[in-house]
Design a protein around this ligand. Structure first.
Ligand code: WT7
Length: 637
């Protein structure tokens, strides 16, 4: 088996020449990277593509299993090295270290258990679990036997879970009994039971991992204990041989319309790109301890806690807890405790910790840090500077990594220490990534610098989404129709005179709350479920910690209402429909919403009002009901 790794770039000059080569001959470049992995059969075509259907295939005919590349191929060279380093929520609880050999054995045991429970290639398994080693183990086990994982963040509600389970007809749900989060214990299995009660006809088995051991309700017709199914299994499990373009996983993400869509990633290209980008952005070297604080319920956790690091034979940390438990020093205490070399977190966490005061970060030994990263939303200058000064001591390079669930891997970022860095700028595209700015007005590509426009990608990259589960037309419509011939990201961006990219933010009806994507339509639909709500418009507004907060304008049915009581009920409704992450921060009751003559809500104006920018509302001449604007301004909360 191959023990090679993809190319690791170690200077800006090499980046530049590599970039040039990767764009001149993308197929040769990616074939060279792909050749460093273990394949059962080599591909016969590197790339076939069009962005019209769209139809993108990398490494066709190639046969592989990604878990053999994450695990088996490392056994001879680093079998005893820690693969997963697990830091529990409770700082006093024992750390768990799983070597590559142990992780391989555990994954095999679960793989065998899943097969015994009737799961096979192509079946979908939904995961609804906290950040415990068994989540990583069973996700990899799923990939080992060729089943498709769909991880749902354990903060989503029963309704949101049921929607996702049903969209992809999952045969099994793997969950925990309870989840430890700060000083709270969250009843995870109970939410799964609620989801099943809402109706999940495809689910045959719920596999329950015992985490806290507190009592749960049990239905013997579908519940099975994880340990009872797994403990006696063999530690060898033949990997299912997958085609490069077979589906590896589905991950649901919010869009500007309708229900969340299941972004589909496939085996070969995703493997090549997550490993390549991990190695280069974080400049990981053997022996380093790498820590990404994301949850595996998001793409960041998939690509840069699990697959990217394990493909590169890294030691990757999994953290069960939250940044502020037992206090706001936890991140830094853990960095010092495990001598973390690469640390990757979100601006919202940085801002929250910054607000608690410098005393929490000072006094912890952060001298092992070599690269610190940011992801999920634009990082404001103040947070960047604080991260740079207080965490990076003014000398550790920051990588501001721009990417999306759909891109599978990091697209624009510095390569830890080898790229020019500029606060609030993500920087240059990675090798093989052909970004473009497109004029909003003319639809033409903007080739000069500096320039700003719609952020697009002109050419396929190995880890791009292939489709949206069960609805290819939606994929085409969402990403490939705005700018014909290109992948449209939904973001607006600016390029400076040197060609460095700065991401401005979403240009569609998507808001980014604490680095989590929420569709305004989704939140509106949830609020509309309240029986007294007639109509709702939701917009984002600048929020000091979360980046964007959720501002809801709500029209109520006629009658005498207690506004405080209704606000609480509406928040509760959203919590039930989606989960606490979608709770509105502000709710304003209005008589009417400003609308165009064609009946469309003027969100532009609502955004301005929510942001407090009422002296500059722009053109309001197309409004059907200009008086609604004054009333909205008057009632601002
Ligand atoms: C959206 C994607 C994959 C990362 C986790 C979020 C925003 C992401 C940055 C960044 C500015 C960023 C964009 C993007 N975003 N990273 N470094 N600077 N904005 O993944 O939930 O798919 O959201 O997050 O708006 O479109 P996601």
């Amino acid at each position: 088996m191959s023990t090679q790794l993809p190319l690791q770039i170690s200077s800006f000059e090499t980046y530049q020449s590599t970039y040039e080569r990767s764009v001149r001959d993308p197929e040769a470049f990616w074939a060279e990277q792909a050749a460093t992995f273990s394949w059962h059969e080599k591909w016969n075509r590197v790339l076939d593509w069009n962005f019209t259907d769209p139809d993108v295939k990398w490494f066709q005919g190639g046969k592989l299993n990604i878990t053999e590349n994450c695990l088996d191929r490392h056994l001879d060279t680093r079998g005893d090295q820690t693969a997963i380093l697990y830091e529990p929520n409770d700082p006093e609880a024992p750390v768990v270290r799983l070597s590559y050999r142990q992780l391989h054995a555990e994954v095999c045991k679960v793989g065998n258990a899943l097969r015994e429970l009737g799961v096979g290639k192509g079946d979908r398994i939904c995961f609804y679990m906290p950040m415990v080693p068994e989540l990583a183990i069973s996700v990899l086990a799923c990939a080992r036997i060729g089943a498709i994982h769909s991880v749902v963040f354990a903060g989503f509600s029963a309704q949101a879970l049921a929607d996702r389970v049903n969209d992809s007809d999952c045969k099994m749900i793997i969950c925990s009994d309870y989840n430890n989060r700060g000083n709270k214990t969250i009843p995870v299995k109970e939410v799964v039971d609620e989801a099943l009660a809402l109706g999940c006809p495809s689910v045959e088995t719920v596999l329950v991992h015992r985490n806290t051991g507190e009592p749960i309700t049990w239905d013997a017709s579908y519940d099975q204990w994880y340990h009872e199914c797994v403990d006696e299994q063999s530690t060898e499990c033949p990997a299912e041989v997958m085609d490069a373009e077979d589906v590896l996983f589905i991950l649901y993400t919010s869009g500007s319309t309708g229900k969340p869509k299941g972004v589909v990633h496939t085996c070969g290209g995703y493997m090549v790109y997550t490993a390549f980008s991990f190695l280069n952005v974080f400049q990981y070297n053997p022996g380093d301890v790498y820590w990404c604080t994301a949850d595996i319920g998001w793409i960041t956790g998939h690509s840069y806690i699990l697959y990217g690091p394990l493909l590169c034979g890294a030691t990757t940390m999994m953290f069960e807890g939250v940044p502020t438990y037992p206090d706001a020093a936890r991140f830094w205490q853990v960095c010092a405790k495990h001598r973390v070399n690469q640390f990757y977190t979100a601006p919202t966490a940085i801002r929250a910790l910054m607000a608690r005061g410098n005393e929490y970060v000072e006094g912890h030994d952060l001298s092992d840090l070599k690269v610190i990263g940011s992801v999920g939303e634009p990082i404001n200058e103040e947070a960047w500077e604080w991260y740079h000064e207080k965490v990076g001591k003014g000398k550790v390079p920051i990588v501001d990594t721009w990417w999306q669930t759909e891109t599978g891997g990091i697209m624009i970022s510095g390569l830890g220490g080898h790229s020019p860095q500029k606060a609030t700028f993500a920087g240059y595209p990675l090798p093989g990534i052909q970004m473009a700015l497109v004029s909003k007005n003319t639809g033409e590509e903007l080739t000069e610098n500096p320039e700003s426009g719609l952020l697009c990608v002109k050419f396929p990259w190995p880890s791009m989404l292939r489709t949206t589960w069960g609805d290819h037309e939606r994929c085409r419509n969402t990403y490939f129709s705005t700018v014909p011939g290109m992948y449209f990201t939904g973001d607006g961006a600016r390029r400076d005179a040197n060609g460095m990219y700065r991401i401005v933010g979403r240009v569609d009806d998507v808001i980014n709350v604490s680095g989590h994507r929420m569709g305004t339509a989704e939140v509106e639909n949830a609020i509309d479920e309240h029986p007294l709500v007639v109509e709702t418009a939701v917009v984002g507004y600048p929020h000091e910690i979360k980046g964007q907060g959720i501002y809801a304008y709500v029209i109520l049915a006629p009658g005498n209402h207690d506004p405080e009581k209704l606000r609480n009920e509406i928040v509760e409704t959203v919590r039930t429909e989606i989960g606490p992450i979608a709770k509105p921060d502000k709710i304003q009751f209005v008589e009417e919403l400003p609308k165009t003559r064609s009946g469309k809500i003027m969100r532009r104006i609502l955004r301005k009002v929510a942001a407090g920018e009422t002296d500059n509302l722009g053109d309001t001449s197309t409004l059907l009901n200009p008086e609604a604007v004054d009333a909205v301004i008057e009632g601002k909360v």
